[in-house]
Design a binder for this molecule. Structure first.
Ligand code: AHM
Ligand code: MG
Length: 341
């Protein structure tokens, strides 16, 4: 007769268990960060359940409002923003929040206690892709507050990537995945919709040493600097560049980064003639994703310096980005230094 006894807890690791296991490595940890990450996971589940219904009439469409980036806000952006806020405003874990959808810092309502962490998020990155059923994502970064007590301030939000406590993203794709790091490797969880739990599916993700892809919007090639144009030709095999890299570009940063994290490669959104600082936001996109990719063995640069060393000066500051396998990113720095002065 077969023995069907299953070793206790052998295979299935929920995100809650995973975070708790990590917390045990830090005897002094109060559990606040664990709970904060779990709150974000719940927000991710709620947003996922809405994105899967994005084609339905009650959700599809635009609110008509213009966000701080001068873009029209779609309803799902608003929903995602509110969900992240509402799951985190009352817990006493945060001093302040910041969102790509809000002009200013987001204070914790006075009726709730403040806590020691700061949460910055892009609630629904790549939202222009929603109408055409392409993957979108939520990006988050957690810092320790800098001020001592009371309501958090702008200073608490303007922190470099090197000060990150935890960062990650949720990608709403063929399946929903949450990928996060607390500075101890990168771990990926897939949402099992039948039980509503994120289960550990990709432990200790490392960028493959042999990259497969380069990812940029080559439609803007003519607007790029000489250095970036030459770098792109190098990626295509000119000037001793790698042979056999494929081009993949979705136009949804989280999805482009997620694919390259699993397959290896470089994602870049450089400065161009129209956007001298690039398009992507330092605090909401570049820093959290850059930190996470570095935790997976890669490197993130603005083309001249490590992204995680940049001290932000504005909440909605933009930056060029080159993120992925270290050798590919360093080559971009080399070309930019050589040809762009
Ligand atoms: P968003 O935050 O307004 O959605 O914009 C960010 C998105 C990224 O996900 C993506 O990498 C980039 O914009 C694509 O821009 P483009 O269409 O110019 O290539
Ligand atoms: Mg965005």
């Amino acid at each position: 007769m077969k023995n069907h006894t299953i070793e206790p807890g052998a295979r299935i690791v929920t995100i809650e268990r995973h975070i708790l296991d990590r917390q045990r490595d830090f005897p002094d940890a109060s559990g606040t960060l664990t709970q904060l990450l779990y709150d974000i996971a719940i927000a991710g589940k709620l947003i996922a359940s809405h994105t899967t219904r994005a084609g339905l009439a009650d959700i599809l469409g635009q609110t008509g409002a213009i966000n701080v980036q001068g873009e029209e806000v779609q309803k799902l952006d608003v929903y995602a923003h509110r969900t992240m806020f509402q799951l985190n405003d009352h817990t006493g874990r945060l001093a302040v929040m910041g969102s790509e959808e809000e002009d200013d810092i987001i204070p914790i309502p006075a009726k709730y206690p403040t806590g020691k962490y700061v949460l910055l998020f892009d609630p629904l990155d790549g939202s222009s892709n929603i109408d055409v059923n392409v993957s979108v994502g939520t990006i988050f970064a957690i810092f320790r507050r800098k001020t001592e007590s009371g309501p958090g301030t702008l200073e608490d939000c303007l922190q470099p990537g090197s000060a990150i406590v935890a960062a990650g993203y949720i990608v709403y794709g063929a399946s929903t995945m949450l990928v996060y790091t607390t500075g101890q490797g990168v771990h990926g969880f897939t949402l099992d919709p039948s039980i509503g739990e994120f289960l550990l599916s990709h432990p200790n993700i490392r960028l493959p040493q042999t990259p497969k892809y380069f990812s940029a919007n080559q439609g803007y090639h003519k607007r790029w600097s000489n250095g970036v144009q030459r770098y792109t030709r190098w990626l295509q095999g000119e000037d001793g560049g790698p042979s056999g890299l494929s081009l993949r570009y979705i136009g949804s940063m989280v999805a482009d980064i997620h694919r390259n994290l699993l397959r290896g490669g470089v994602f870049y959104y450089p400065a161009d003639a129209k956007a001298p600082n690039g398009k992507l936001r330092l605090l909401y996109e570049a820093i959290p994703i850059g930190f996470l990719i570095e935790q997976a063995g890669g490197y993130a640069s603005d083309g001249r310096q490590p992204i995680c060393q940049i001290q932000p000066t504005e909440l909605h500051q933009r930056t060029p980005v080159f993120i992925g396998n270290r050798d590919l990113v360093e080559k971009a720095e080399e070309y930019i230094a050589k040809y762009d002065g």
